[in-house]
Design a protein around this ligand. Sequence first.
Ligand SMILES: [Zn+2]
Length: 289
Amino acid sequence: MTCTHRAARLCILLLTAALAAGHLVNASAEGGAIKLYQVSSGVLELDKGWLTAMRDVGKKIKVPVAMYIIDHPRGLVVYDTGNNVAVSDGQCESYWGKLCGAFLAIQKREDVIDKQLEKFGYKTSDVKYLVLSHMHLDHAGNMEMFPNATIVVQKAEMKTAWWPEKFQAAAFVLGDYDDARNFNYLELDGDFDLFGDGSVVVLDTKGHTQGHQSLMVKLANTGTLFLAGDAVYTPENEAGVIPGITWNTYESMQSINRLKMLRDAHQGELWYSHGAEQYDAHKHDTYYD
Ligand SMILES: [Zn+2]
């Protein structure tokens, strides 16, 4: 738009209106229209000592298995896929075998990520990016349901999932991803801004596993959420209790600190992967925006 002297006043008004309209478009693309759903892949019954090292060992608890559906104007994102569909409806041992003694999946078929997507009007084939916090059995369990998505995962995690350290091997189930070798991967080595607008950012939070990653999501009304994944299972880990399962304890504690510092810097919230009280306090039948 060019302004002549005669029409200067009108021109300034038009420019102001144009800038305001442009601002609204940007606001929408950068966060105004983003919706986030938090759901759970049933519950896991486990010894609390798996979550909090040396604390409450021997105490059985039931925890949610958090998964997220994020509707961004430029594409649908899923963060974590829960327990494999094969363990649904009392069939834990048929797929996880003896592991069910340590991690009992109590999951109905309708809890599985494909049905959760359907509940909100989406299909697995609508998903543009499947972001995996890591490839443990309760997070990457259904990644093979997403052959059309780009799988966003740390390169180190792919390697460790295929050939884990022996002390970490039990929580990786090869059958969850052995048919996914030819999928399309975005193999990361660190942080990545998924849409280039700062609204959905993958954060390197290694420690729980070699290639663990968390997700920062900026919502217009809710604010900035830090979806910790297993970097922070529960508020006790946030408060300094070492997580019960770690590939590297030092890195794990560094990542917890990183998330807390970022949360404070952005005045956001830290959402845990297996925190029952926090999960119960959240809404799950509709979205956060
Ligand atoms: Zn894990």
